[in-house]
Design a protein around this ligand. Structure first.
Ligand code: F6R
Length: 600
């Protein structure tokens, strides 16, 4: 999705903006642009396409103040004119924007009547003209007046030749942070863009406006400094051909980080510092709603099974995009859990606002520190996966499931989970990173399997109980990165519909570890076999019998049933990744998708 970078300091702004934009490329974009205050004549360059296509022709503007943007089109087609920065009639005010101005049409009609000339179809352009209209010598005042008139969401950065020694930034429901360096300041929509310059950041809150000047900055309210905990190199490929495979391979460490210091094996519970302040309130909770989108929702579905089975709390998973539009029955004993890698997904945030209005306890399970979900929930668990750059979520997913297992322990032990059960779960959780490492050693075999199946255009993924969400996520991943049609289906539902699709051209990936539903899965596999469908099974090590029934087997080690999805997802992620690479796709940035979906 759209990305913003701005710089003000003593160095030439352009190379810094360019490097920052490149670090935001992973979010997906269709056009980009820069504006640098270069002496008397502001420099402007905006184009559709990828930055690398134009790098040779970039001029080298002077100027130590500038803003830049990657656009992922929402309002207005993908054209040079619709790319940001947008400007006013006199080309003196330049602005980049993430978000949507909902009442732009009405404002635009009014401004046209007043004589403003528009250059694009983009909703953002109304902001630059409104600032022009309200400008009386002070840029932040003009921005403040402008924002009073607009409805919608925004993270903006504005520069102007008419008040040149500053960048004015503001946010409402769209992430924006200030990077505080030595005699230099950056603004960005994502920490990845500032991390090479500084790790000292201030996350802006909604309705705040900040002014960055060459030697100082101010915000309308005092804000504490926070430190980005990611290492610089974590957001780089480290020799891997793609971020996707790097992030899949990082899972032993990312899971280790999720669990570090949190497993109290003797007490059979989890130490979750982020929940301590509200633990008494959590003790009284009688119901849970888990709200998320996409892959995070699949992790949430695993959580639903865990929380009901082991914490004995009724739990229900909602799609954040639907939540506001149905009439959820929520009483005061319900807590809502928001699962999100980015912590910035617009639908998840909108659901969070809705829940907060109803006065419920809200918890976040989030990766990005300081993100909106993290800040706006009452309490939460950081999953500590480190930066996830590839659009398709992998390491964050397994850490989300591990964090939900920790939450299950925490809430379960507050209720009637026996000590021995708590100890069993903590001990098994502690082994998970090592088991994941073992599965990753099968990468070459899984690549061969992807080669064998690369000409199939349809896949069925089936699983039951805990591995129903695994099947959903396996299908989600191969759709995302390999553009292969796939269905994620409950094994037991097959005969009610999907079986009609099965023939020798429609392979099935059956997730069938040796657990309480193994026999049932065998019946489903037989049903497929009888229709001539090729089958790849994900089975538990030592199960030799399955080889007689299916075409190919990927083995995973034995663990507790509730933790199996963490292990079973690893080969499915590898299979999707290799399938995408073999089909020649840009696996890190799948077409039409974006990393952080900040529009509804
Ligand atoms: C899938 C994927 C998306 C996200 C979804 C939610 O690989 O990346 O489906 O899971 O957009 O994003 P977050 O977790 O940032 O809220």
């Amino acid at each position: 999705m759209c990305g913003i970078v701005g710089y003000i300091g003593k160095k030439p702004a352009f190379p810094i903006l360019l490097a920052g934009l490149k670090r935001l490329e992973y979010r997906g974009y269709d056009s980009f642009g820069f504006s640098v205050l270069d002496g008397k004549k502001p420099f402007l360059f905006k184009k559709t396409g990828k930055i690398s296509q134009f790098e040779q022709e970039f001029p080298d503007p002077n100027g130590e103040i500038g803003i830049a943007h990657t656009r992922w089109a929402t309002t207005g087609a993908v054209t040079d004119a619709n790319a940001h920065p947008h400007f006013d009639c006199k080309k003196e005010i330049f602005l980049v924007h993430n978000g949507i101005i909902e009442n732009y049409q009405e404002i635009r009609n009014q401004l046209i009547k007043e004589g403003h000339k528009f250059n694009s179809e983009c909703d953002t352009e109304v902001l630059s003209h409104l600032i022009e209209k309200h400008f009386r010598g002070n840029l932040e005042e003009a921005v403040r007046e402008t924002l009073r008139e607009v409805k919608g969401t925004y993270g903006i950065a504005v520069v102007s030749k008419r008040d040149p020694q500053k960048i004015v930034v503001a946010r409402l429901s769209s992430p924006l942070l200030l990077g505080i360096g030595q005699d230099e300041f950056l603004v960005a929509s994502d920490p990845a863009a500032v991390i090479t310059h500084t790790r000292q950041v201030i996350n802006l809150d909604d309705n705040e406006i900040a002014v960055l000047k060459p030697g100082n900055f101010f915000i309308l309210k005092e804000k504490p400094l926070e430190t980005i905990e990611w290492e610089r190199g974590e957001a780089e490929k480290k020799g891997y051909p793609h971020f996707t495979i790097k992030e899949i391979m990082e899972q032993p460490e990312s899971l280790e980080n999720t669990l570090k210091g949190r497993l109290l094996i003797n007490e059979g519970t989890a130490k979750l510092g982020g929940l301590e302040a509200i633990q008494d309130k959590l003790r009284k909770i009688k119901r849970l709603n888990i709200i998320a989108c996409g892959t995070a929702r699949h992790a949430a579905l695993v959580g639903e099974y865990m929380l009901e089975e082991y914490a004995n709390i009724p739990a229900e998973v909602d799609s954040a995009s639907e939540f506001r539009y149905r009439k959820p029955v929520l009483d005061k004993d319900t807590a809502a859990i928001f699962v999100s890698q980015s912590g910035e997904t617009a639908d998840t945030l909108a659901a969070l606002k809705e829940v907060k209005q109803r006065g419920l306890i809200t918890l976040g399970i989030v990766n990005v520190v300081g993100s909106s979900v993290a800040r706006e929930t009452d309490a939460g668990i950081y999953i500590r996966s480190g930066p996830e750059i590839a659009v398709a979520s992998t390491k964050a997913t397994t850490s989300q499931i591990a964090a939900l297992a920790l939450l299950t322990l925490f809430l379960g032990r507050q209720r009637d989970m026996a000590l021995v059960m708590g100890q069993r779960i903590t001990k098994e959780l502690a082994k998970i990173p090592e088991l994941v490492k073992k599965i990753l050693e099968q990468d070459v075999q899984i690549e061969e399997l992807a080669e064998k199946y690369k000409n199939f255009d349809n896949f069925m993924y089936i699983g039951r109980k805990y591995d129903y969400p695994t099947a959903r996520e396996g299908a989600h991943k191969i759709k995302e990165v390999a553009y292969v049609h796939a269905e994620g289906c409950r094994g037991g539902e097959l005969k009610h519909c999907e079986l009609a699709l099965i023939d020798e051209n429609f392979p099935t990936v059956a997730i069938c570890p040796s657990n309480s539903v193994y026999e049932k899965m065998m019946s489903n596999i037989e049903e497929i076999k009888a229709r001539g469908g090729p089958i790849i099974a994900v089975a538990t090590e030592g199960n030799e019998d399955i080889k007689n029934l299916v075409d190919d087997v990927i083995y995973i080690p034995k663990t507790l049933e509730m933790l199996t999805p963490i292990l079973a997802l690893i080969p499915l992620q590898l299979f999707a990744y290799h399938s995408g690479v073999l089909r020649g796709h840009n696996v890190d940035k799948p077409r039409n998708l974006a990393k952080s979906v900040t529009v509804e």
